[in-house]
Design a protein around this ligand. Sequence first.
Ligand code: F6P
Length: 320
Amino acid sequence: MRRIGVLTSGGDSPGMNAAVRAVVRCGIDAGLEVYGIYRGYEGLLDGEIEELDRRSVGDILHRGGTILKTARSERFKTPEGLERAETVLKTFGIEGLVIIGGDGSLRGGLDLSKRGIKVMGLPGTIDNDLGYTDFTIGFDTAVNTVLEAISKIRDTSSSHERTTVIEVMGRRCGDIALYSGLAGGAEAVLIPEIKSSVNDICMKILMSANKGKEHSIIVNAEGSGISSQELVDQITEKTGRDTRLVVLSYLQRGGTPTLSDRTLATLCGAKAVKLLAEESDSRAMGTAGGIITAFDLEEALEQKREIDSELYDLVEVLSK
Ligand code: F6P
């Protein structure tokens, strides 16, 4: 293995730059040439590729986002797109690829690995929706962003004795809502994996108010199945209490990565390069019980993220 490529794909996440930096510097240290592929699979198809050196990744460790840019690519999902990607990689002499992205991006990597490209996948997404790893790169930073917002919203909700619905990201996975709701002291979290009763939530809000609680915080994952505005309307109607909506949206995708995300990204990047240098078969990097582990790429992607029902039940117990 002489030349490897690295790309970021799908929704960006804080820590992607730390991963890119580790791949470039560990790759050069291992005697490899490292090529950056810009704009994910779109850029790969268009040959937006250039060699990177140690200085290319200077001063990015602390920055959210990705210097390689990212994109979603419908073109790449076609047989012609895959064919084109393989041709471009061969033209550049790139034998190994580090793909930093979520479920869809790593599945694209699996398709490339079936064409003989050595692929190392890093779990780069704020959603934490990859079932094979404890956590994904960006999840910790995103949850801390939500926690900061919850703290600020608690202040004003208390002053006005309001209920506030906070919408967070997570189309298919409720982990951002669950972890931020638990750590933020929410009265309820609504997630895609478990059906919620708005009526029960309203009852809880009223009972809390009768016990002297000055405010209620409800965290709603965007994929919960109940629109946040609909939730606000129903709470207002059923409880008669002043209710507001805050949609955090893309705030959760930016910001300087936390220690946890920087460390996870750096260690996964270093492991990926080591395995490519050793000509290992394609793997998915992640952690198992906190230990950096390389999983068989295909098997890793077959694992579904199970919601931690103990955490979910604890939110209920702690908010009574
Ligand atoms: O997958 C990460 C994610 O942030 C999801 O939580 C969110 O629903 C989606 O990306 C938004 O996608 P886009 O950035 O393409 O609007």
